[in-house]
Write a protein that binds this ligand. Structure first.
Ligand SMILES: Nc1ncnc2c1ncn2[C@@H]1O[C@H](COP(=O)(O)OP(=O)(O)OP(=O)(O)O)[C@@H](O)[C@H]1O
Ligand SMILES: [Mg+2]
Length: 526
């Protein structure tokens, strides 16, 4: 009989323990689980009062306040694994049996586990949420950076998005000026009006200072103050005239640009730690955008300068080419009209005199030959200096053909491919001809080649020229800067000054290949 009673009592407490533990709902909020646990402990032990004490608060349940007189208590630790979360204490007038105390201990361990897992679940959710927000703010940074008209527009858009993401009524970037003052940047703000701005003063901000702003800017302090919860920062909130605030560094790598702050949370409990993380990402990412923007601006300025310099260089080349070509023309004209005419007359005179009987015919023949050689040397010089055909609009092809044909005299085989537009302007014609003439002249004089190949064709709004010989070749690095030998130097300079490019490839014993590309200046120089 005693055993039966014993079993019934045991059964009863086990049933209650089962009911209590199975009602614990770990999926609820941690505070809610704690409140439930206090109620369930009350029912489990049939107590009049139960109190659960955790590090961040107390949760109690009371069955009947009236019978709260003579007290017996039973206490159990709330332990989840190694971690002690708090205690649970029940109170009633009757003493607690050993079994009841044991049941309370078992229940306490279940309750602790439920509170712990609820907290873990919440913190996982918070981390996930913070992560999502961080991704959103980074996406906003990158999309605003692309769509923003200028840096001011970018910050305006970003401040708005950040305000929405962290639930702030106001967002404001503070810039660190060259005079070491941290000053509000109204152009980079959201929800900030004149009245608010009028309260703000630039504040000194130096590395190693005691002030909060300096610590945020230089020591990466993440500042968070929520109204009454942070009395030590009350003076900051008062000075700003806000109820709560968060601020984080605004920097690009090691460059300190200032700080970014959000004020007046839309939520009753103020800004959360997750909000500061979001703001932090915005501060870092936008700093990088700022630097990128400045770099782009510098690049744009450099590019503008380069374009101007390039324009000046082209003007210079044009005038140089014009002057040189004019001089060549005058020289050739004089030579042709004066010296060559006279030479021809002299040849005729010598020939006629040689017919007479009383002269030394041999000497006159030699004299005649010398005059002929001088004339052909001069005619060749005339051609070299300025081929007559170069004058005409499609004279370039003809001049090059004539020049290549002159190779035949020295017994060199040649191959020529020309495919050029007909409307190349005179300056470009002269430059292209000089490039080919120099390369051909070198092949003729230095290469000892058996074959030469010349090709000219239009490529990308310019003319690509190629002169190749199978001669003895040379060491380019060594021989293309020889004092007094200016041909290759001039070839390179002409190509670069015209805004084109060149390539000289040669090796002793392996022939020479010279390539150049000259842009055609239809509008600028035509
Ligand atoms: N096609 C080539 N084959 C072999 N050697 C060459 C060739 N072209 C140039 N060289 C070598 O490179 C040197 C430099 O050439 P560059 O045209 O600069 O001067 P140059 O022809 O000697 O004199 P300049 O052109 O001033 O009248 C030449 O002296 C020659 O030794
Ligand atoms: Mg030369």
């Amino acid at each position: 009989m005693a055993t039966a009673r014993f079993d019934a009592a045991l059964q009863d407490i086990l049933d209650r323990l089962h009911a209590a533990t199975s009602e614990l709902d770990a999926s609820a909020e941690p505070d809610e689980v704690a409140r439930q646990a206090a109620n369930l402990a009350l029912r489990l032990t049939r107590s009049s009062h139960a109190e659960l004490t955790l590090a961040d608060g107390k949760f109690s349940a009371t069955a009947d306040a009236g019978r709260f007189l003579r007290q017996n208590t039973a206490t159990s630790e709330l332990r989840a694994g190694e971690q002690k979360l708090g205690t649970i204490e029940v109170t009633r007038s009757a003493a607690y049996t050993d079994r009841e105390q044991l049941a309370l201990a078992i229940f306490a361990s279940q309750a602790a586990t439920a509170i712990d897992s609820s907290r873990r679940l919440r913190s996982t959710e918070r981390v996930e949420r913070a992560h999502e927000l961080a991704v959103q703010v980074l996406m906003a940074v990158s999309s605003h950076a692309v769509t923003g008209q200028n840096l001011g527009d970018f910050y305006q858009r970003l401040a708005r998005t950040v305000g929405e993401l962290v639930g702030a009524n106001k967002v404001l970037f503070w810039t660190l000026r060259d005079d070491s003052l941290l000053a509000p940047l109204p152009a980079a703000s959201f929800g900030v009006d004149r009245a608010f701005l009028s309260r703000l003063e630039p504040t000194p901000c130096v590395p190693g200072g005691d002030d909060l702003a300096g610590k945020v800017v230089y020591e990466d302090l993440i500042f968070r103050a929520n109204g009454a919860d942070a009395p030590e920062f009350g003076y900051v909130l008062d000075a700003l005239g806000v109820t709560n605030a968060i601020s984080v560094p605004w920097r690009a790598g090691e460059e300190r640009l200032g700080l970014v702050a959000a004020y007046d949370s839309v939520r009753a409990d103020g800004f959360s730690r997750e909000d500061t993380w979001v703001l932090q990402k915005a501060g870092l990412a936008s700093g990088l955008v700022t630097r990128l923007w400045h770099t782009q601006e510098d690049l744009r300025k450099s590019l503008d300068r380069l374009v101007k310099v390039d324009g000046a260089r082209q003007m210079l080349l044009k005038s140089m080419t014009t002057v040189v070509e004019k001089e060549r023309k005058r020289f050739v004209g004089d030579l042709h009209d004066d010296a060559l005419q006279k030479l021809t007359a002299a040849e005729l005179l010598v020939a006629r005199t040689a017919q007479k009987n009383d002269v030394d015919r041999e000497t006159f023949e030699t004299l005649g030959n010398l005059l002929e050689q001088t004339e052909s040397a001069l005619r060749r010089l005339v051609f070299e200096v300025r081929p007559p055909a170069l004058e005409g609009p499609d004279g370039l092809a003809q001049s090059i053909r004539d020049r290549v044909n002159m190779l035949a005299a020295s017994g060199v085989r040649h191959e020529l491919e020309i495919d050029l537009p007909a409307d190349i302007n005179p300056d470009d014609r002269a430059i292209i001809f000089r490039e080919v003439a120099e390369a051909l002249g070198n092949a003729e004089r230095h290469a000892d080649a058996s074959a030469v190949k010349v090709s000219l064709k239009q490529v990308d709004d310019g003319v690509l020229g190629l002169v190749e010989d199978d001669g003895k070749g040379f060491d380019v690095a060594e021989r293309s800067n020889l004092p007094g030998h200016l041909g290759l130097l001039a070839l390179r300079e002409r190509a670069l000054m015209a805004g084109g490019r060149y390539k000289i490839e040669s090796k002793p014993g392996a022939g020479t290949r010279i390539e150049f590309w000259i842009p055609l200046h239809r509008d600028v120089m035509a």
